[in-house]
Write a protein that binds this ligand. Structure first.
Ligand SMILES: [Zn+2]
Ligand SMILES: [Zn+2]
Length: 178
């Protein structure tokens, strides 16, 4: 669905869409594994400037591999969004103020924007910065490769590293006297 400025000049555009898994492209770490459903409105805020405000709700389940242990993990998203899009050619002077107000700002080129691009943005914004299966995920042991959530391998990597750095600083202290 394409939301054009022409349409918006007449009245706000309502949308109620369902996007099946596999239809939208994300970055290759992410996969949509459920129907994406979104409802909302797009409205022209300021006719002369061409600011488009898109508000609505979105629900979808995404899948990614955990950043720490590489297990496949699902991320259910239930999100209310409120985004502001400005024409790419407009001056970006007001951006800072808008950021402070807590509204995400995007840019569009030409005479409107594709709803799917907006929805992709909403999904990416709704995901946590770090994609982990669990906040407490212990990850994979850098020494033996064991998934430390399943079993504690007992490797002492941190302790060994610590001793080496202590030894190094000791050497640095000693060397001037040589
Ligand atoms: Zn994990
Ligand atoms: Zn280990």
């Amino acid at each position: 669905m394409f939301i054009s400025l022409q349409q918006l000049e007449h009245r706000p555009v309502r949308f109620d869409v369902e996007v099946p898994a596999g239809e939208m492209e994300y970055d290759n770490k992410l996969k949509q594994i459920s129907m994406l459903a979104a409802q909302g409105t797009a409205a022209l805020l300021n006719h002369s400037v061409g600011e488009i405000r898109i508000q609505g709700t979105l629900s979808v389940t995404m899948q990614a591999t955990c950043d720490r242990c590489l297990e496949t993990t699902t991320f259910p998203i239930e999100n209310q969004f409120d985004l502001l899009y400005m024409p790419a050619e407009a001056t970006r002077g007001g951006e800072e103020e808008i950021h402070q107000a807590g509204i995400e700002v995007g840019y569009y080129e030409g005479n409107g924007l594709a709803l799917q691009d907006v929805l992709r943005e909403v999904v990416l914004l709704a995901l946590p910065m770090q994609l982990v299966c669990n906040e407490a995920c212990k990850g994979i042991c850098p020494v033996c490769g064991q998934d430390r959530n399943q079993r504690d391998c007992g490797c002492q990597s941190e302790t060994v590293d610590d001793r080496w750095s202590k030894l190094k600083s000791l050497r640095a202290e000693v060397s001037p006297h040589n």
